[in-house]
Design a protein around this ligand. Structure first.
Ligand SMILES: [Zn+2]
Length: 292
């Protein structure tokens, strides 16, 4: 979502074909055989529409018999064709959540189109990707806003996620981590900008980023004091920090932090010239704030 992920190498239409073949011997064999062709078409439509719920609407027949589909995902038989595919998707180890950009290894698989409303995509690889628990707890079954616009970014289809889509602005006072806001990058088209804004708001990224920001900013003030003491170039050193964070993604929380610092002339001047608090007093101030 804030990061583009390589698409899983799975032919999702062929997967449906094979699932139906396997189900033929099972209890709901007749049911799956009857829907084989329209179900495969649904997968093609999903891919064609890039999973966009503004275009892909729920399929009444699948919703009515949703348990039959959900069983394929929730308790796949050992020899089933989808089981190794789901396992491979679960085994993917990322260094950050693709939805919010926070560091860590996201350990739940999310259905981009939720499986209760879209049970026919419950084992579709292109509808499944890792997400952190916090994001999943906020996303839940949401798909569209009241205006009928999709809320969330899609990590497999939204190619524009290769560029920086989140931006941070840091406000005064610069002496303390007080004022900040994460928003959609100004370099995006208005249409993508509002999509990213909906995504940020629904996952409460601002509130969550603030905790990260406080610690990161405190470290920044400490590093700035070190850089001055060592008589190094402030901008050059901060650029190194930023570039190191870029290895993860241009939308990682670390990258957007340093990117914002470097773009802020006033703040750089503050780091270069103002009295910086001693680190110990900062640690104390933070601890006191935590206590409140
Ligand atoms: Zn997340």
């Amino acid at each position: 979502m804030v990061t583009r992920l390589p698409r899983p190498v799975v032919d999702d239409v062929e997967l449906v074909h094979q699932v139906v073949d396997q189900r033929q011997r099972g209890r709901n064999g007749g049911f799956f055989e009857r829907i084989r062709t329209p179900w495969k078409q649904r997968i093609r439509d999903y891919i064609q529409a890039c999973g966009n719920p503004e275009t892909v609407t729920p399929w009444a027949q699948a919703v009515r018999f949703k348990t039959r589909f959900l069983t394929l995902y929730n308790s796949p038989q050992n020899n089933s064709v989808q089981k190794p595919i789901l396992e491979r998707l679960r085994e993917r180890t990322l260094q950050m959540c693709p939805a919010c950009g926070e560091d860590g290894t996201p350990n739940t698989l999310d259905h981009y189109l939720p499986k209760n409303e879209f049970p026919d995509f419950s084992v579709t690889a292109l509808n499944l990707f890792p997400m952190c628990d916090t994001c999943q707890g906020k996303k839940l079954e949401q798909v569209l806003n009241e205006e009928g616009e999709r809320i969330f970014l899609h990590p497999y289809f939204d190619d524009f996620l290769d560029q920086q889509v989140l931006q941070l602005s840091i406000g005064q006072p610069y002496s303390a981590p007080k004022s900040m806001e994460v928003s959609a990058s100004e370099n995006l088209t208005p249409q993508f900008q509002s999509l990213v804004e909906r995504h940020i708001e629904s996952l409460e990224i601002n509130k969550r980023y603030y905790h990260f920001f406080r610690e990161k900013y405190t470290h920044l003030l400490g590093s700035a004091a070190d850089i001055r003491e060592a008589e190094l170039d402030m901008r050059q050193q901060l650029t190194l920090f930023r570039n190191s964070a870029r290895r993860k993604s241009v939308n990682s929380w670390g990258y957007i932090f340093y990117e914002s610092v470097l773009a802020n002339e006033e703040l750089i001047s503050h780091l270069e010239n103002s009295d910086l608090p001693a680190l110990e007093s900062w640690a104390r101030a933070l601890a006191n704030e935590e206590a409140l």
